[in-house]
Ligand binder design. Structure first.
Ligand code: GTP
Ligand code: MG
Length: 185
């Protein structure tokens, strides 16, 4: 049993997954945790949970408690409750719908105003996911340079083009986020 071993570390991290309605939060989580995808859309009500265990390295296990928050909740009063004690977040938008990109700033402001970590009350690390990139390069007009600048200006640790459908970059984005969280610890 590796847990008996001195120097073996297990971490449990609460991660928020937010973004506007239908941008693919639930699909991203289902792909990441169960490696499944469906085109059938069933909107999340309130919040759902999933657990993903990552064998980070031979001496480190990372458990991600993923909070899949309904896009509809941006207009509700529960997010403060849902965000409590989160140490990282993913914000999604749908590359085919500009309005969902515009909402990213609103989600980021909501998180930053309601959750911090450490005695210095720093903002939690947030990664930006440009989802549904399988639907075509032309679908989204922002260039990689624009996105890099957007992240820098708005306090995102980085961004990834993702596809829950094609299983693209989800694991990579999650690892990038975890790496930041581990370094903060
Ligand atoms: P709410 O729970 O309502 O906030 O939505 P959500 O963000 O959880 O979106 P969900 O994962 O339910 O996906 C919405 C729709 O988009 C579904 O029909 C999915 O099949 C589809 N979808 C999600 N991700 C992708 C993707 O990467 N590519 C494509 N083509 N479709 C996707
Ligand atoms: Mg959902």
């Amino acid at each position: 049993n590796p847990a008996d071993d001195e120097g073996y570390n297990e971490y449990l991290y609460k991660i928020l997954v937010v973004g506007d309605i239908g941008t693919g939060k639930t699909s991203i989580i289902k792909r990441f945790v169960h490696n499944i995808f469906s085109m059938h859309y069933k909107s999340t009500i309130g919040v759902d949970f999933a657990l993903k265990v990552i064998n980070w390295d031979p001496k480190t296990e990372v458990r991600l408690q993923l909070w899949d928050i309904a896009g509809q909740e941006r207009f509700g009063s529960m997010t403060r409750v849902y965000y409590k004690e989160a140490v990282g977040a993913m914000i999604t938008f749908d590359v085919t719908r500009m309005s969902t990109f515009e909402a990213v700033a609103k989600w980021k402001a909501d998180i930053d105003s309601k959750v911090t970590y450490g005695p210095e009350e720093k903002p939690i690390p947030v990664v930006l996911l440009a989802n549904k990139c399988d639907l075509g390069k032309d679908a989204f007009i922002k260039t990689a340079n624009d996105m890099d600048k957007y992240c820098k200006d708005n306090g995102f640790i980085g961004w990834f083009e993702t596809s829950a459908k094609e299983n693209m970059n989800i694991e990579k984005a999650a690892r990038f986020l975890v790496d930041h969280i581990l370094k903060n610890d």
